[in-house]
Design a protein around this ligand. Structure first.
Ligand SMILES: [Zn+2]
Length: 217
């Protein structure tokens, strides 16, 4: 037989919505219960009661899941986690291993912080140019430590210099008098990137080799 929800239990549930996750709600309702040794309400019982109060999505009402925050703002999860660490925010969860829920205030604070935050402030980048993640620290040329080594290995493989590619682009420009439209566009693009001190993509490195076969060892 199911125990009917008492008024104080319902009040505890209501006051916890938006500030605590499912685990917290179960604890809150248990301590609000008038029966001294009453067991905790089951997860399903709490969720069902929440649905009765405020409809579906009760737990995440007035808050943002990390996934939704990422989807709607375009910031990657790793960027958001970095902001969390910097701001020392504590995010509540829907359960011990449940999804994170952020309050509107936390979301506002993170958005403000990310406006001025660069993963790599020298090149004004929010993520690594190669792996598009901000999970590892910036190493050099707009790349994280792992991608920096991948980039260097790729250059060596292709027979390209690892540091003086801008010189190579100039050499290609000088040696080829009749550079066609798409080649010229490509060379403009890689020069712009290299002038900024950023690494070229793997594809751009390969094209550089095609255009400068003499550069290969
Ligand atoms: Zn990377």
């Amino acid at each position: 037989m199911t125990r009917p929800w008492t008024h104080s239990e319902k009040m505890a549930l209501l006051s916890g919505i938006g500030t605590t996750g499912l685990v917290g709600l179960r604890r809150k309702t248990q301590s609000a219960c008038d029966h001294p040794n009453a067991p905790k309400r089951s997860r399903n019982a709490v969720l069902a009661q929440l649905r009765r109060f405020i409809g579906n999505g009760g737990l995440s009402r007035g808050s943002w899941s990390l996934r939704r925050f990422s989807r709607e703002t375009g910031y990657s999860i790793s960027q958001l986690r970095r902001a969390q660490r910097a701001l020392r925010q504590k995010w509540r969860r829907t359960g011990r291993r449940g999804s994170f829920l952020l309050s509107d205030d936390q979301v506002d604070e993170i958005l403000e912080w990310l406006k001025h935050d660069y993963w790599d402030s020298k090149h004004r980048l929010y993520v690594c140019l190669w792996c598009r993640s901000a999970g590892r620290p910036h190493r050099a040329v707009g790349l994280c430590s792992r991608c920096y080594f991948r980039h260097r290995n790729r250059c060596v493989q292709l027979g390209l210099p690892t540091t003086t590619q801008l010189g190579l682009v100039k050499t290609i420009r000088a040696s080829e008098g009749d550079i066609s439209g798409s080649h010229a566009k490509f060379l403009d693009e890689v020069s712009r990137k290299l002038t900024r001190g950023c690494a070229l993509s793997g594809e751009q490195l390969e094209w550089l080799v095609v255009l400068a076969p003499e550069a290969q060892t």
